[in-house]
Design a protein around this ligand. Structure first.
Ligand code: GAP
Length: 439
């Protein structure tokens, strides 16, 4: 059974994110740019690790998926064909009394304004397109309009033919991409959960039409497993199949991977059976043939697409929430992020016991040995106890302490983040000792 969500976890994680340099409010010195965030020195490492873990599993460890990095700007024709110009909208209502705007489908009570509490003050709902529009070149106006992509997916469909012709792949095969997407969300919120600028990790898997149902089930199971493999507990992750009235304009079947956030279950990733919607739509609008000729059966067909589409920024936040733990040690509260080593920002912290000159040489030597292998932090300030606590809050799996005995025995103390146990290891064995625990 799933545990009850803990509402206090939200503030704890937001505070820790700011205090330790994971996430900052964007343009903070100008009062902050609402719902836009910057990833600080450890946040950028966390986010890169989330993306690297996804890429490793989706591209590196597979022979049937290749990568892509497509443009963010694209002409209206792309979004005309994809259906986004016509249907990528949210229903928007304004309160006539307090002038606040809301997404009608997210209101608890469609007749009561959550801001001023008045009843029956909403305007008629109107469809608000979520795409950001700008213009290319010095002239504004019709004919120069371009859009910032609201999803990375279309880049994969536009390059289907290019990839097919250059990569020697044939269905079933996938194209994967990680990158920024932009949506003019009406109600961004819950920290980095819903923002107007965010990162996605998407893969379009092209399959023979008859195999689509089987591959859909395969990717639902594989994607759920990925979160478990990276340390999120089984009872915090679930798969939820969409009801028919929830389905997007392109999808015949969708399941969400959901995480138990402090406010309840919510989406991390959607896995959709998109059929031949995208390739057929782009073929029709572009006049290009987007199909596969199967020489074995002498048949030409438009592949169907199974799409696992995840949010990198949202997933990074889920990893922080799943890893956050507090325990009492010697009558004090120890806060620790029990992150999977692949996700943890730093793998090792090198901590000389003293700033004294005697330890500088050997500390530099240890750091130089570890840095090419693992992302390391190096910290000489404050007491060793406080430095351990800081590394616990960053989720660093191992601290390596250099003390005055090191000068005699050429050994260091390794402290384990989770058990807090310590062991003495010769400097020459350090990399071999740590490597298997950090892969
Ligand atoms: N190509 C399909 C697609 O984009 P989506 O469900 O709209 O599907 C996929 O987006 C994932 O992208 C979501 O599950 C979520 O993790 C992330 N995402 C979507 N909108 C977001 C936003 N405004 N802020 C942060 N992440 C978002």
């Amino acid at each position: 059974m799933a545990p009850d969500p803990d509402p206090s976890l939200f503030d704890k994680v937001v505070n820790l994110s700011k205090r330790r340099g994971f996430v900052f409010q964007s343009a903070e010195i100008y009062g902050g740019f609402r719902s836009t965030y910057d990833y600080g020195p450890v946040g950028v490492l966390l986010l890169r690790n989330v993306k690297a873990a996804w890429w490793r599993s989706m591209v590196q460890l597979r022979h049937d998926v290749v990568g892509l990095d497509a443009a963010i700007l694209s002409p209206p024709a792309v979004w005309e064909a994809s259906g986004h110009l016509a249907t990528f909208t949210d229903p928007l209502v304004d309160c006539k009394e307090c002038k606040e705007r809301f997404r009608e489908d997210k209101l608890d009570d469609p007749n009561t304004c959550p801001n001023c509490g008045r009843h029956d003050t909403f305007t008629e709902a109107r469809a608000f397109n979520l795409m950001f529009k700008t213009h290319a070149g010095p002239v504004e106006g019709a004919g120069h309009e371009v859009y910032l992509r609201p999803e990375t997916a279309q880049g994969m469909f536009l390059n289907f033919k290019n990839v097919l012709e250059t990569s020697r792949k044939k269905p079933p095969f996938g194209i994967a991409q990680i990158g920024k997407s932009f949506r003019n969300e009406i109600t961004p919120g819950n920290f980095v959960f819903r923002t107007r600028e965010f990162e996605q990790m998407e893969m379009e898997f092209f399959v023979p039409p008859d195999d689509a149902a089987e591959w859909y089930e395969y990717w639902c199971a594989a994607r759920r497993q990925w979160y478990l493999d990276h340390g999120i507990a089984d009872d915090l992750i679930r798969l939820r199949r969409h009801d028919t009235d929830e389905l997007s304009h392109y999808s015949s079947e969708t399941s969400d991977v959901e995480f138990l956030f402090p406010w309840g279950w919510d989406e991390l990733e959607g896995i959709a059976n998109r059929g031949d919607f995208d390739l057929s739509a782009h073929a029709e609008h572009s006049g290009q043939k987007l199909e596969y000729f199967d020489q074995a059966s002498n048949e030409r067909y438009v592949p169907h697409v199974i799409e696992p589409a995840a949010g990198a920024t949202r997933t990074a936040m889920a990893f922080l929430m799943a890893a956050y733990d507090e325990e009492t040690v010697n009558d004090e509260t120890r806060t620790v992020l029990r992150l999977h080593p692949r996700i943890a920002p730093y793998k090792v912290a090198v901590l000389p016991l003293s700033k004294k000159d005697d330890l500088v040489g050997v500390s530099d030597e240890v750091l130089a040995l570890l840095q090419p292998e693992f992302m390391c932090d190096f910290d000489v300030t404050q007491s060793i106890g406080k430095r351990y606590r800081r590394q616990d809050e960053l989720g660093t799996p191992f601290c390596v302490t250099i003390d005055f005995d090191t000068l005699d025995d050429r050994a260091v103390t390794i402290r384990d983040r989770d058990s807090m146990e310590q062991e003495r290891v010769p400097i020459d064995d350090l990399v071999a000792h740590l490597a298997p625990k950090l892969s």
